[in-house]
Design a protein around this ligand. Sequence first.
Ligand SMILES: *Cc1c(COP(=O)(O)O)cnc(C)c1O
Length: 395
Amino acid sequence: MSQRISSSTLCVRGPEPRQKPYDAVTTPIVSTATYAFRDTAELRRHFDGLSDREEYGRYGNPTVRAAEQKVAALDGAEEAALFASGMAAVTTTLFELLKGGDHVVMTSDCYRRTRQFVRVFLGRYGVQHTLVEPGDDKALRAALRPGQTKLILSESPTNPYLRVADLSALAAARDACPGANLMIDSTFATPVNQRPLEWGVDLVVHSCTKYHGGHNDLLAGAVLGRAPLISAIRDLRGVLGGTLDAQSAFLLLRGIKTLALRVGQQNASALRIARFLEKHPRVSRVFYPGLESHPDHAIARAQMSGFGAVISFQVRGGLSQASALVDACKLATVAPSLGGVDTLIEQPSLMSYYELTTAEREAIGIYDNLIRLSVGIEDAQDIEADLAQALEHAA
Ligand SMILES: *Cc1c(COP(=O)(O)O)cnc(C)c1O
């Protein structure tokens, strides 16, 4: 088909066959740990690589494969591999790409557990890394060690300040470093708002726990890219064992059907709420890539078709004013995670950075009066009214 199929159509129909087992309209849940062979001859054919069938649950499952094809199609990838969580996708991929002596360049605001994995665990195996500030192209170029740097890793947008990476600039840096792969954690963008592979990125990672699933009822992760690399990562998944189960894959497929619809609504509601917060006298600063005041607004406009559900903002005052606001919310629920149908609110200083002191948090740019909001699909006016009344408690 010459015309690109729109995200909303892909979400519902994807590359699914029209005719499914039992004439079901939906993809069935194939809940089995292992698969039967008719006889030893079929088993031999399978291990001779002459059959295209399932063998054992850790290596593959038809429901999971259907979800992988849909996730791949949404980002325009050749292939996708699904995992039991976003972190299983990240760690398995990094184990596949890196060996002792290799070097990684990553942005300093990557997901906390990803940074921990690179620093502590890969560090144990002799993998070196350099952290660079998001948006600092000069520092990135200076950090590259051609021949040794095997991976450039960034997120876009990032947490909690929604920094947007210039993907073309990152791809150009990767081109200056033969043998290196460029990997983007695109969780905060969703494939509805941003398709990094079209900007020259090699590998895309998603925590499908967030927007793809969209209902805060499953954990899943995905890595997407060219077929040979994804195939190697899938083989390692069979060794490390972070396989997604059929029940979660079914929930994921079900969630994805409404992904474009949900994200469209969340983009619109979040922009409206970001503008409301920016004008509010009790709010000192709002971070949302859709706002003209955001440092990466121009890149975001060029690279994204919407700006997502997550807004960070600072209330006037400190930890207790921010807590008072969070506690006064009646609609927004206090919980980690993002991207789902429910509006969630949290204080990064109490959630991800609780073990640090105020001074230590400020040193890494996490202020005590910072609040992160993930706008759900409730009526935008109701969410705004909830925040308006809660802000009265933040005095
Ligand atoms: C949540 C998240 C992860 C980890 O995903 P899980 O599904 O929780 O394992 C990785 N990267 C980003 C940007 C995330 O938001």
